[in-house]
Ligand binder design. Structure first.
Ligand SMILES: *[C@@H]1O[C@H](CO)[C@@H](O)[C@H](O)[C@H]1NC(C)=O
Ligand SMILES: *[C@@H]1O[C@H](CO)[C@@H](O)[C@H](O)[C@H]1NC(C)=O
Ligand SMILES: *[C@@H]1O[C@H](CO)[C@@H](O)[C@H](O)[C@H]1NC(C)=O
Ligand SMILES: *[C@@H]1O[C@H](CO)[C@@H](O)[C@H](O)[C@H]1NC(C)=O
Ligand SMILES: *[C@@H]1O[C@H](CO)[C@@H](O)[C@H](O)[C@H]1NC(C)=O
Ligand SMILES: *[C@@H]1O[C@H](CO)[C@@H](O)[C@H](O)[C@H]1NC(C)=O
Ligand SMILES: *[C@@H]1O[C@H](CO)[C@@H](O)[C@H](O)[C@H]1NC(C)=O
Ligand SMILES: *[C@@H]1O[C@H](CO)[C@@H](O)[C@H](O)[C@H]1NC(C)=O
Ligand SMILES: *[C@@H]1O[C@H](CO)[C@@H](O)[C@H](O)[C@H]1NC(C)=O
Length: 681
């Protein structure tokens, strides 16, 4: 295709006009077909502008007729056209014509069909159904000023100001994502797994879900995407993957045409049992219908599933339309879903707006687009796409139209969303669905219908959120905890030292769980505080004859041979390097333990501080100093005279004086004076 393009236009011009290159590219392939129709349509130009009211106006419809939504929308749109034409109060004297184009579940064909529809000088289009086609064709209608009234393209990113001519006549997916976030908060869950189809519709919705959960301090723990039209084996692999994750809350946001396949695979994998939570967006109720009974095969797959459905008030108009359904002119086997109601209302919205447009003197006329007329180098007859002159005014009228349709109040807020978005919260169980409450953007979850709330001030306080009881998968009535350990089914292996002393801490027990004691009591109490179950089993470590080596028990944890260890394990530095410890739950204090030695009391204990040689040296110095004093004093001091016995005593006494220090010196000085006196004398 690219080669052909270069041959015709050249790469330079393609680069210069990036916006139109896609359109050109698509057109080229159908160029041969389009050529034939090329100039014949140019005559169907404007209706005679002389008469104020044209005899007919044409709108187009654009959806996949062979799809869950299309099968329900087709008869509804046809019925609406007939009803408008039969109603003399609206578009009196003007016939509303419908041109149907089938997008056939393909982004490429859908875009081509959409261009072909635009070629027919329609004033508005009902559709497209697919968010992907809506993204592409929105650029085209922006240029041609043809409003798109999409009853099924729910991708939240389509709301942006980039697409002024895209009007969503259904609720954006962002509201049901906020509803899911409110459900997740209501049930106290923290993490969900999003299973979605990887196209504009799926990605746009899941991205809003992430934002909505973040506001509730929850998150999407894993995004499991599969391509549109994925094989069963791919989906099976995907589900096996998500089954190994911790979260057990699955939000399924997929296309109605392939969605049920996921539940049948999940059921085969044993994922529709107790402990699992499945939340489906509105695609699931639209596969089924507006009645509350579902055929038994489908019901078997869906036991316990929670789903959201667009809320439409139970008015008498809606009831009479549903009772007409079987007798509609266009025979259908499809059952009506909420998209049928939105499609019906879209036609009425277009008719009312056109009526107002014509009443204020608007002309249905088209003019050539200068940008397209210049593009005559290719064989694509792009200049047959013409601009609706009154498109801007018709768009304004559409956005301010206000009436009550089958699906409730049809009125747009400044963000171009339908006012009062609301959802039914359904629970599948038994042979049908049960409505467990409502969600409204106004007041969150409630068990009373949203209309009754709009008169009161909005109340989103936690205490005012309320739903009826749910029967979860596995016929459980208690709220699933929504969380398991990732190694699916395999309990945690907890190592426990097999103590032989201090059995109060831990001891082998013949009753389950196999061990008992203070440490086990603390551990079990801590597990019970967790908001999710922790399956575990105790592995005794040690031979039961000696206390086991705690360091090697810790080493086993580090080696991943066991998942954790419980016991009176001391936190020491080299153990903290290889494992994580909990906070200590018992304080021992730091103590030093030494062997006890018997001490005999003895009167000689005072000798202990010094060793024997020390005492000898001390004694020897005593005698030495005494001898020195004696030698010095003996010659002069009469006190150092006399019998040897007397002298010996004096030596010891002198020693004593010597030890007195200054007194001794003083004494010596006095004696010196004496000596001097004697010398002088
Ligand atoms: C269509 O084109 C053919 C040749 O290109 C021409 O003969 C014919 O008159 C055209 N018809 C109209 C309605 O313009
Ligand atoms: C174009 O339309 C006019 C009246 O609407 C008709 O008389 C004429 O034959 C048409 N021409 C072609 C080529 O279809
Ligand atoms: C739609 O596409 C399928 C194959 O993708 C084809 O078999 C079928 O004929 C197409 N239907 C229409 C109406 O084009
Ligand atoms: C519609 O056409 C008539 C006659 O051509 C003209 O007088 C009138 O102004 C037009 N109305 C608008 C809204 O353009
Ligand atoms: C193509 O358009 C240019 C002006 O944009 C014009 O001069 C030229 O005649 C056109 N060619 C044909 C074949 O219409
Ligand atoms: C829409 O219609 C209702 C009832 O007819 C009316 O109460 C309301 O004010 C209208 N809203 C606007 C914006 O016109
Ligand atoms: C939904 O609710 C939010 C906040 O409660 C509000 O800002 C927003 O306008 C509402 N949207 C609609 C369409 O009512
Ligand atoms: C919201 O609802 C709760 C429970 O129903 C109630 O206690 C509270 O007063 C309400 N708050 C307001 C502002 O109405
Ligand atoms: C920690 O130190 C003790 C004693 O030094 C030693 O027996 C043990 O193997 C060490 N453990 C680790 C994990 O290094």
């Amino acid at each position: 295709m690219e080669v052909a393009l270069r041959a015709n236009r050249g790469p330079v011009s393609m680069r210069r006009m990036p916006c139109l290159s896609l359109v050109t590219c698509l057109w080229l392939t159908i160029g041969v077909i389009a050529d034939a129709a090329g100039n014949s349509s140019s005559n169907s130009s404007s209706l005679p502008s002389s008469s104020r009211r044209p005899s007919a106006v044409t709108i187009g419809s654009l959806f996949t007729q062979d799809s869950v939504i299309g099968r329900a929308a087709k008869p509804a749109i046809q019925a609406a056209i007939d009803d408008v034409n039969a109603d003399s109060s609206i578009l009196a004297g003007t016939k509303l014509n419908l041109l149907e184009y089938d997008t056939n579940c393909s982004g490429f064909l859908g875009t081509v069909e959409a261009l072909q529809l635009m070629e027919n000088d329609v004033v508005a289009a009902i559709g497209p159904q697919s968010s992907g086609i809506a993204h592409v064709i929105s650029h085209v209608v922006n240029e041609l000023h043809v409003p798109l009234l999409s009853f099924a393209a729910t991708d939240p990113t389509l709301s942006s100001l980039q697409y002024p001519y895209f009007i969503r006549t259904t609720q954006s997916d962002s509201f049901q994502m906020y509803a899911i976030a409110d459900l997740v908060e209501y049930y106290g869950w923290r993490e969900v797994v999003a299973i979605f189809v990887d196209d504009d519709y799926g990605r746009g919705g899941v991205s809003v879900l992430g934002d909505a959960l973040a506001k509730k301090r929850a998150k999407i723990s894993y995004k499991a995407a599969f391509t549109p039209g994925a094989l069963g084996s791919t989906i099976k692999e995907l589900l096996i993957g998500v089954n190994n994750l911790e979260s057990r809350i699955y939000v399924v946001h997929v296309n109605p045409d392939s969605g049920l396949k996921i539940f049948s695979i999940a059921k085969n994998l044993g994922m529709m049992v107790g402990g699992y939570v499945w939340i489906a967006t509105d695609w699931l109720p639209s596969v089924l219908d507006l009645s509350d009974t579902v055929d038994a095969d489908k019901m078997n797959l869906l036991q316990g599933v929670i789903a959201l459905r667009h809320y439409t008030p139970d008015t008498s108009r809606k009831k009479s339309f549903l009772s007409r359904w079987k007798s509609l002119k266009f025979k259908t086997t499809a059952t009506p879903n909420s998209y049928a109601l939105f499609a019906y209302d879209s036609v009425w919205l277009a008719a009312r707006a056109l009526d107002a447009f014509l009443s204020e003197g608007g002309n249905i006329s088209f003019s050539n687009d200068a940008k397209l007329v210049g593009l005559n180098r290719s064989r694509l007859s792009l200049s047959t796409l013409r601009v609706f002159d009154g498109g801007t005014r018709l768009l304004q009228i559409l956005l301010t139209t206000n009436f009550t349709g089958l699906s409730g109040e049809i009125q747009f807020d400044p963000d171009k969303d339908l006012i009062h978005p609301a959802m039914d919260v359904l629970n599948f169980g038994g042979t049908g669905t049960r409505r467990i409450g409502y969600w409204s953007n106004y007041s969150g979850l409630s068990v009373v219908t949203p209309e009754t709330l709009y008169d009161k001030p909005p109340n989103r306080s936690t205490s005012s959120q309320n739903l009826y009881g749910v029967i979860w998968p596995g016929e459980m009535t208690s709220r699933p905890r929504g969380w398991v350990f990732p190694n699916n089914g395999k309990p945690l292996q907890i190592g426990v030292p097999n103590r032989v002393i201090f059995k109060q801490f831990l001891v082998k027990d013949k009753d389950p769980p196999g061990v008992k004691g203070f440490c086990i009591d603390i551990f079990e109490a801590a597990l019970n505080l967790l908001p999710y179950p922790v399956p575990h089993e105790y592995i005794l470590y040690g031979d039961g004859k000696h206390n086991p080596d705690y360091s090697s028990l810790v080493y086993e944890v580090a080696q991943n041979n066991i998942d954790a260890a419980v016991g009176d394990i001391t936190i020491v530095t080299n153990r903290t390097k290889i494992v994580d410890f909990t906070q200590p739950y018992m304080e021992s204090g730091l103590v030093v333990v030494v062997p006890v030695k018997e001490q005999k009391s003895s009167p000689w204990a005072f000798l202990k501080p010094f060793t024997v040689p020390m005492w000898c040296v001390t004694g020897a110095f005593f005698l030495f100093v005494g001898a020195v004093v004696w030698i010095l004093e003996h010659r002069l001091n009469h006190e150092f005279r006399g019998s040897p016995r007397q002298q010996l005593i004096t030596i010891f006494w002198g020693e004593h004086c010597e030890h007195l220090g200054p007194v001794g010196v003083d004494h010596m000085a006095v004696r010196g004076t004496d000596n001097q006196l004697k010398l002088h004398g």
